[in-house]
Design a binder for this molecule. Structure first.
Ligand SMILES: [Fe+2]
Ligand SMILES: [Fe+2]
Length: 329
């Protein structure tokens, strides 16, 4: 993959650092007051910095992963991103009781979340183009599915580590390369006529889609935020099984072929198990050892729900606008 083209001053600074055109003395960091979550420029800059810890870029020196200038700019965006996430999720986490077991609490939090009904729309009403749009936006996170959470493994011990490893074994194909979830998602993209290559759409997706991937890296790459990473993962797994069933049905309604729906069928079963292991065994064991991190776990879960809602609303509004424009013309 090549370094993506910048789309504003902050991603421009990050780009310059990556191609060796700037030093710390001239890198001034983000100056905008705009929301970080919905700012494409800052999310692209952050995604680019994080990518050095994943597969990297063919045209960037891999040593820049630990370059102080890159890290300084990344840290500045991260601080603003985290602040905004904390304030956006305060309502969700304040409603939570202190005495319920964390597994029940997390599953209740997800069950009680009134999302924008994106998966119901995809099942019954979406056009083929809208379905492709959804799959393209999700490709940023799904083509590196479970990779961020692998950074959490060495941060855990005992039962929590075993629980995360158990889920990751499934996510990474349970010993079968064709069952690697990232590869299954790539096959879905290919089956519907999209580009299955890692990072193919990074320059085309929305800020919220990048933020949904970036939040996992934010939590996983900071030891301080490991509790949030686990809570995010639990909520993510717990909000997957039912939507996956609906999306598979939508792909079949649109006759996009069995390869398109296979990824989602796999997640109907897998994630009904993963949600229990993640919420109860993983987060439960982690908090038994680190009770003071309960709020962090809930914060991470609330972030998953918040970003999922933002993404769903964004897509539904985009399609509604498209329909109105079609009718007007
Ligand atoms: Fe998966
Ligand atoms: Fe899963």
């Amino acid at each position: 993959m090549l370094l993506p083209t910048p789309c504003g001053p902050v991603s421009g600074q990050m780009h310059d650092l990556m191609v060796g055109r700037r030093s710390l003395s001239t890198a001034t960091g983000p100056t905008t007051d705009q929301s970080v979550i919905e700012d494409l420029d800052q999310q692209l800059a952050l995604w680019t910095a994080y990518e050095l810890s994943y597969r990297g870029f063919d045209d960037v020196d891999p040593d820049l992963e630990w370059d102080l200038d890159v890290l300084a700019l990344r840290a500045e965006i991260e601080a603003r991103f985290e602040r905004e996430l904390r304030s956006a999720t305060r309502d969700r986490t304040e409603r939570v009781a202190d005495d319920t077991p964390i597994g029940d609490e997390l599953l209740d939090l997800v069950a009680g979340d009134e999302g924008p009904r994106l998966s119901a729309y995809l099942r019954r009403d979406a056009t083929a183009e809208e379905m492709r749009d959804f799959l393209r936006e999700r490709s940023i996170q799904q083509l590196k599915e479970s990779d961020p959470q692998s950074f959490l493994l060495p941060r855990l011990e005992g039962a929590a580590k075993v629980a995360l490893a158990e889920i990751q074994y499934d996510e990474y194909g349970a010993g079968r390369v064709e069952a690697l979830h990232q590869t299954m998602y790539a096959r879905t993209l290919e089956a519907v006529g999209l580009d299955p290559q890692y990072g193919a759409y990074v320059g085309e997706v929305s800020a919220v889609s990048l933020a949904s991937a970036n939040v996992m890296s934010l939590f996983a790459l900071h030891h301080r935020l490991r509790g949030a990473g686990l809570g995010h993962f639990a909520a993510f797994e717990a909000s997957s099984s039912v939507p996956s069933r609906r999306i598979a049905a939508g792909l079949e309604r649109l006759e996009m072929g069995p390869d398109a729906a296979a990824y989602f069928h796999e997640h109907v079963e897998a994630d009904s198990v993963h949600e229990q292991v993640a919420a109860r065994d993983l987060c439960g064991s982690f908090l038994a050892d680190h009770p003071s991190l309960r709020q962090d776990v809930l914060f991470g879960a609330a972030c998953a729900l918040h970003l999922e809602a933002l993404s769903g609303t964004e897509l539904m509004e985009r399609w509604e606008t498209g329909r109105r424009e079609d009718q007007a013309s």
